[in-house]
Design a protein around this ligand. Structure first.
Ligand code: HEM
Length: 690
């Protein structure tokens, strides 16, 4: 009780700031915090019901493809290209920097995404699909419907399709896309100095576009400078050159750009909810549609899959000009003996010349891209092979491991899904009560500390990202680079060495990942935490590639920042209370890691609630310019610990835990089991077996 602050005893929710010298100094030089944390699990998604019959859905989509609604007539009597663009824009927002974006969640229905310039008129595509959504209800998510509509359209127009990974779950609002911008959240987490030249962690050069400005950098028709931007932005979602060229050429094998006159598309949904993008050219629809402001098709057969796009890029000289929509676009050079190829007009009445965008022309201005353009122009099969794989990757990348894919059309696991060996049957797993006993013996003999084992398990499991389901301890990628080289894992080699004898005893039947998770769990229990459920059956990866994009952003150093911490907690999929409980337990034990000195509590062998009392009540000051020390006490802390008391959602839980140790231990138990199993999609629905 002696540690409890007067404020808490008086029943105040938070302590008076002036009573805490550390807080005053931290606030002075820290930017104002604006992000907020969820304090409970509010991620409400489409209820899990049996997945719709995908073949029946495809049949309905095909029927829709070949129809035309006078409210938004189809070009060339085919909605195929429109739905390909819908699926591409829904999935193409994905970025590796934080796993955000992508079509899982179906958030293109909400702001901010629905009002992006690049999503102009896609409200019409979603309305066209609405009756199908209504027909299948909860058995078909919007996210699955958008991607399946695009994929079915490609197949229907003769394109190659690898398969379909179903299982997207709809979000109830667009909040998970707020960091994509344009929003205050994006300004905090990923500010962009010059819109048009935005860098990582943003996925595009321009907030509100999927990748690059089609007209060229900052609207200039400079194809030479457009190529590096195309490469840079496609790399931000892990697409290499062959995938990038295949995707752009495969997408633009279909459809047309829309820019009938310079007047514009009208107001976006966030400015005109009733009649968004009403279209200000003529009738506003059909041949009068204004979407991007460019005008024309890329090929002479815009509803037919082929590699004409690449052949045209190579066979003609292209000049930029201002098209009817008032934007820079490219036309075939008017030379003697060369007439621009033309295909049907969108309404089937007359014909229209082919065109290119600056970003298309850029593929001929970069030597590596040009080589690939030549290959695809001469080999349809090479193009088809690359496109089908790249499209599947584009549309499924945010779905995580293949074990999350549902339905009858899932192809074999792909490299980008970082597949693990199959989950072994529970009968071939070791007797985990014996492994528990071996671990307890190891701890009793002081061969390894509880603190090292808990830290190892937490560092392994907390790589998990709920945004794209990468990371987690299944796979034990902490054994490999890049994970093992991260500064937070500087002690992991010794800890793993200490576990080697147990691994040897159980051999193949015990995976490193099960051992690491169980070791952390037993270590917590050994130190006074409640007994926790353990679910075995993890398998080990043969490399660490699956952690390539997961470099920790919170390391304990002074550069840790409240906004970054909040962002990391939300990516982990943990609530404020869950995160604080785990951090409190891990930091109750042992010494500060790596080169830091001291310990967090007076009894570093016991999991109790002293950590919270220390953090909340002791007067910490900066120590050796890299960590913190409590004045007059041998109690130390990291910047992360200081943030616990600075961020109200976190400190509020810390007060609860400081006041009630049993409550803390109950919350710890739930949170620990949750994060250790966050990546166990491999046994979903079969948990009882394991
Ligand atoms: C249409 C730009 C990549 C598929 C368009 C339009 C623009 C554009 C400006 C015209 C929209 C309109 O006015 O209706 C770009 C840029 C890209 C890119 C700058 C990357 C550098 C892709 C990719 C795909 C794709 C990767 C699919 C794999 C399509 C389709 C259309 C289209 C199918 C035609 C839509 C219709 O006919 O309604 N693109 N695009 N694009 N894009 Fe792309």
């Amino acid at each position: 009780m002696k540690f409890l602050s007067a404020a808490l005893l008086l029943g105040l929710a938070t302590p008076a700031l002036s009573s805490c010298p550390y807080l005053a100094s931290l606030s002075d030089d820290s930017p104002q915090r604006q992000l907020t944390l969820k304090t409970e699990n509010t991620k409400s998604r489409t209820e899990q019901v049996e997945l719709a019959d995908l073949q029946a859905v495809k049949k309905d989509i095909v029927e829709l493809l070949h129809s035309s609604d006078p409210k938004w007539p189809s070009d060339y009597d085919n909605y195929g290209p429109f739905f390909v663009r819908l699926a591409w824009h829904c999935t193409g927002s994905y970025r590796t920097s934080d796993g955000r974006g992508g079509c899982d969640g179906g958030r293109q229905r909400f702001d901010p995404e629905r009002s992006w310039d690049d999503n102009t008129n896609l409200d019409k595509a979603r309305s066209l699909l609405a009756p199908i959504k209504e027909k299948y209800g909860l058995s078909l998510s919007w996210g699955d419907l958008f991607v399946l509509a695009g994929t079915t359209a490609i197949e229907d127009m003769g394109g190659p399709v690898l398969g379909f990974c179903a299982g997207r779950e709809d979000d109830d609002d667009g909040s998970a896309s707020l960091p994509l911008g344009p929003t205050a959240e994006q300004e905090i987490l990923a500010p962009c100095e010059t819109n048009g030249e935005c860098e990582e962690p943003l996925g595009s050069t321009t907030v509100g576009l999927i990748y690059v400005n089609p007209e060229g950098p900052m609207g200039q028709p400079d194809a030479d400078r457009s190529a590096p931007q195309v490469r840079d932005t496609f790399e931000r979602m892990a697409m290499n050159d062959t995938e990038t060229v295949a995707l752009i050429g495969g997408g633009h094998a279909f459809g047309k750009t829309h820019g009938a006159c310079p007047s514009g598309p009208g107001l976006p949904p966030n400015e005109d909810e009733e009649n968004p993008w009403s279209g200000e050219c003529g009738s506003g629809v059909g041949v009068d549609a204004f979407t991007s402001g460019f005008e024309g098709p890329w090929t002479t057969q815009p509803t037919q899959w082929d590699n004409e796009y690449f052949q045209s890029l190579l066979n003609y000289k292209w000049d930029s000009w201002i098209g009817p929509g008032g934007h820079n676009q490219w036309q075939v050079r008017k030379e003697q003996n060369v007439t621009a190829p033309s295909g049907p007009a969108a309404d089937g009445d007359g014909s229209q010349d082919i065109m290119m965008l600056t970003s298309d022309i850029s593929l001929t201005r970069d030597p590596a891209y040009l080589k690939i353009v030549k290959e695809y122009a001469s080999s349809l099969s090479s193009f088809e092979n690359q496109f089908s794989h790249a499209w599947y990757k584009l549309t499924s990348r945010d779905m995580g491991p293949v074990t999350r894919c549902k339905g009858s059309m899932v192809p074999p696991a792909q490299e980008f899904q970082y597949p693990l060996p199959p989950t072994p049957p529970s009968s071939s797993l070791p007797d985990f009560s014996k492994v528990r006993a071996s671990l307890a013996n190891l701890l009793s003999s002081n061969a390894v500390s509880a603190s090292s084992l808990t830290t190892l398990a937490w560092n392994c499991a907390s790589t998990f990202r709920s945004t794209d389901y990468l990371g987690g301890c299944n796979g034990a990628r902490i054994l490999f680079s890049p994970g093992k080289d991260w500064s937070i894992n500087s002690d992991s080699e010794d800890t793993l060495e200490a576990l080697q004898s147990i691994k040897d005893t159980y051999g193949e039947s015990l995976s490193w990942s099960d051992l690491i998770v169980l070791a952390g769990t037993v270590a917590l229990e050994f130190s006074g935490a409640d007994k926790m459920r353990f679910c075995g059956g993890r398998t080990d990866a043969s490399d660490g590639l699956g952690w390539s994009y997961l470099t920790p952003k919170i390391t304990g150093s002074l550069s840790d920042d409240s906004n970054i911490l909040i962002d990391e907690i939300s990516k982990l999929g943990l609530t404020a209370g869950e995160y604080v409980a785990i951090l409190g337990a891990v930091h109750s034990l042992g010494d500060l890691p790596g080169d830091y000195v001291g310990q967090w509590t007076s009894d570093p062998f016991t999991v109790d609630n002293e950590y919270f009392k220390n953090i909340l009540d002791l007067p910490f000051t900066l120590y050796e310019n890299r960590q913190y020390k409590a004045e007059g006490e041998e109690i130390y802390a990291l910047k992360t610990d200081m943030l616990i008391r600075e961020i109200p959602e976190l400190s509020s839980k810390a007060y609860d835990y400081a006041a009630d140790e049993d409550y803390f231990k109950g919350e710890l138990k739930n949170a620990w089991v949750k994060i250790m199993n966050a990546d166990r999609f491999d046994i979903e629905g079969r948990e009882e077996e394991y």
